[in-house]
Design a protein around this ligand. Structure first.
Ligand SMILES: [Zn+2]
Length: 169
């Protein structure tokens, strides 16, 4: 089922999400809906708070459904090591039509659990490292605009306020 994605301003996007503790049919259903929603948007990543569920669950697929091997579903992801730096234009499905240059680690090791509670560890670099960093931020209530200069952040916030006032957000 394709769900609607919450936009900037929704309190769920500013909440620190809770760790996933129970694994089973309900979690699998949430993940399945997230994957469908991510593909239909289309996007390369989605975090559960973006569909209004504050649990530490994220889906990432750099191929956007083209290559089944690229799909990552991870619970309770943690960056256990990171190095380097990359600067790239970044957007977010919850902040549509805005993109800015964001600094992220170039490489990282991410540890987490799969949908059955089994441990997984992933070495990520470049775009995949950017995605993990972005999605894990979501689980902590952080959005990419928080990583911009105060000036840029204020400009975006004001534009969104205007759009909201006009009923276009
Ligand atoms: Zn996002």
């Amino acid at each position: 089922m394709i769900l609607s994605i919450l936009k900037y301003g929704a309190p769920e996007l500013r909440t620190v999400s809770k760790p996933v503790k129970s694994f089973g049919a309900e979690l699998e259903k949430i993940a399945k809906n997230m994957i469908e929603t991510m593909y239909s948007s289309p996007g390369v990543g989605l975090a559960a708070p973006q569909i209004g569920i504050n649990i530490r669950l994220a889906t990432i697929d750099l191929s956007v459904g083209e290559d089944a091997d690229k799909l990552i579903v991870i619970c309770n992801p943690e960056i256990i090591d990171s190095s380097g730096e990359q600067r790239c234009d970044e957007g977010c499905l919850s902040i549509p039509d805005f993109s800015e240059t964001v600094v992220r680690p170039m490489k990282m090791t991410v540890r987490g659990l799969d949908l059955h509670g089994g441990e997984i560890q992933i070495e990520a670099e470049e775009l995949l490292a950017r995605c993990f960093s972005h999605e894990i931020d979501h689980l902590n209530g952080v959005l990419f605009v928080d990583r911009l200069s105060p000036l840029k952040r204020t400009l975006i916030r004001n534009k969104i306020k205007k759009l909201a006032k006009a009923g276009e957000w």
